[in-house]
Design a protein around this ligand. Structure first.
Ligand code: SAM
Length: 354
C-alpha cells in the first residue's frame, strides 16, 4: 500500500472511532439509567432467586411487567454483557447472570446496587447541571446551587436521602475494607481503640473490628447519622462534629471523608485528630484516592479522575488529591511522618504519625 493510501486508511479509522466516541458521550448516561431501572425492577435478584437462567416469559411474569418492554431492556443489558443469553432445550433463549450482574443484586455479596441508586438519584444528578457554574465562579458549590444547602445539611433534613447515602457508602465499604485488611493488616497492630471519623452506619468499622478483634471501635458521625444506626456488637456510636472535636482513641480512621473538604478544612479536622490520639504512639489511618501525576498506576485511574469530578459536583470544595497535596495537608496538620500503602482498590492507605 502506498504512503498516501495508508494515511487515508488511518484517517478513516480515526473518523470512525471518533464517531463511536461522540455517541458514547452523547448517550453516556443511558447505561447508568438502564442499570438503575434493572436494579429497581430486581432483574438480577429474580434470576438469583430462581436459581438459574430465566426465559423472558418467566422473568416478565416474576417481575410482573410487559415482556415487550422487558425484552428491549434485556437486549440492551445483554449487549453490554451485564447479562448473558443462553439457549434453552426448548429452542428459546434464557438470561443468565454474569459476574457484573451479580454485583447488582440488591443485597448480594459485594453489591454495588445502592451506590448506583445514590448516584442516579435526582438529588445527586441535579448538581451536575451546575458544574460549569462552579468552575466559572470557583467556589459556588454545584450541590448548593441545586438544593440551597450542602450535601450533609440536605441529608440531615431528608431521612430517605440520608439512608441512600449511608447504604451506598456501606456497599463501597464492604468492597474497600477487605482490600485494606488484606493489603496492610500490620497497620492495625497494637491498636487498642479506633475511632472511625465520619464512619456512616459503621459498616467499615464493623468489618475492621471483626478482622482485628482486639480493637474497641468507636463509630463517630453527625448526630442524625448515628441516631439512625442499628446497634452493632463491639461498636460504640458517638454523635458529634469533627470540626469541633473527635473522640479519644489510640488511632483515628478516615475513609472517604477528607476528600469532601478543602485543604484548610482537612487541616482543621486533622489537628482535632491529633488532640484525640496519643502523642507518642497515636496514628491516623486514611483510606483515600491518590491521583497519580505521572505514570498510570493501574486500570482504575479513570475512576479516580471521575471521583474528583464527583467531588466537584457534590461537595463545596472537596477534591481528590495528588500525593503532593496529601503531603501538604498532613504536614500543615502536624503529621511529621507518613507511609503510603497501595491496596487492590481505587483508594490507597495513608498511615500518618504525629
Ligand atoms: C462520604 S461519607 C463516608 C462514610 C464512610 N467513612 C465510608 O467510607 O463508608 C462522609 C461521612 O462524613 C460524615 N460527616 C460529614 N460532616 C461531618 C462532621 N462535621 N462531623 C462528623 N462526620 C461528618 C457524613 O455524615 C458521612 O457519613
Amino acid at each position: 500500500m502506498e504512503a498516501t493510501q495508508i494515511q487515508v486508511k488511518k484517517q478513516m479509522e480515526e473518523e470512525a472511532q471518533t464517531e463511536v466516541e461522540i455517541w458514547n458521550y452523547i448517550f453516556g448516561f443511558v447505561k447508568m439509567a438502564v442499570l438503575k431501572c434493572a436494579i429497581e425492577l430486581g432483574i438480577a435478584d429474580a434470576i438469583e432467586n430462581h436459581g438459574g437462567p430465566m426465559t423472558l416469559s418467566e422473568l416478565s411474569s416474576t417481575l410482573n411487567c410487559a415482556p415487550s418492554n422487558l425484552h428491549r431492556v434485556m437486549r440492551f443489558l445483554v449487549h453490554y454483557q451485564i447479562f448473558k443469553e443462553k439457549p434453552t432445550s426448548q429452542c428459546s433463549i434464557a438470561f443468565e447472570q454474569t459476574p457484573i450482574s451479580r454485583r447488582f443484586i440488591k443485597h448480594g455479596q459485594n453489591s454495588m446496587a445502592a451506590f448506583v441508586l445514590l448516584e442516579s438519584s435526582p438529588v445527586m444528578l441535579a448538581p451536575w447541571q451546575g458544574l460549569g457554574g462552579r468552575v466559572l465562579a470557583n467556589g459556588t458549590s454545584a450541590f448548593d446551587s441545586a438544593h440551597g444547602k450542602d450535601v450533609w445539611a440536605y441529608a440531615a433534613e431528608d431521612a430517605a436521602h440520608s439512608k441512600l447515602i449511608n447504604d451506598a457508602m456501606a456497599c463501597n465499604a464492604r468492597v474497600t475494607v477487605p482490600a485494606v485488611i488484606e493489603g496492610c493488616p500490620e497497620v492495625f497492630d497494637g491498636i487498642g481503640s479506633l475511632v472511625d471519623v465520619g464512619g456512616g452506619n459503621g459498616t467499615a468499622l464493623g468489618l475492621l473490628v471483626k478482622a482485628f478483634p482486639w480493637i474497641r471501635g468507636i463509630n463517630f458521625d453527625l448526630l442524625h447519622v448515628v441516631c439512625d444506626n442499628e446497634k452493632c456488637d463491639g461498636l460504640e456510636q458517638v454523635g458529634g462534629d469533627m470540626f469541633q472535636s473527635i473522640p479519644m482513641a489510640d488511632a483515628a480512621f478516615f475513609m472517604q471523608v477528607l476528600h469532601d473538604w478543602d485543604d484548610d478544612e482537612c487541616i482543621q479536622i486533622l489537628k482535632n485528630c491529633r488532640e484525640a490520639i496519643p502523642k507518642e504512639k497515636g496514628k491516623v489511618i486514611i483510606v483515600e484516592t491518590i491521583i497519580e501525576e505521572e505514570e498510570e498506576r493501574d486500570k482504575l485511574k479513570f475512576v479516580r479522575l471521575m471521583l474528583d469530578m464527583v467531588m466537584m459536583a457534590h461537595t463545596r470544595k472537596g477534591k481528590e488529591r495528588t500525593l503532593k497535596e496529601w503531603d501538604y495537608v498532613l504536614r500543615q496538620a502536624g503529621f511529621s511522618r507518613y507511609n503510603v500503602k497501595p491496596i487492590h482498590a481505587v483508594q490507597s492507605v495513608i498511615e500518618a504519625f504525629p
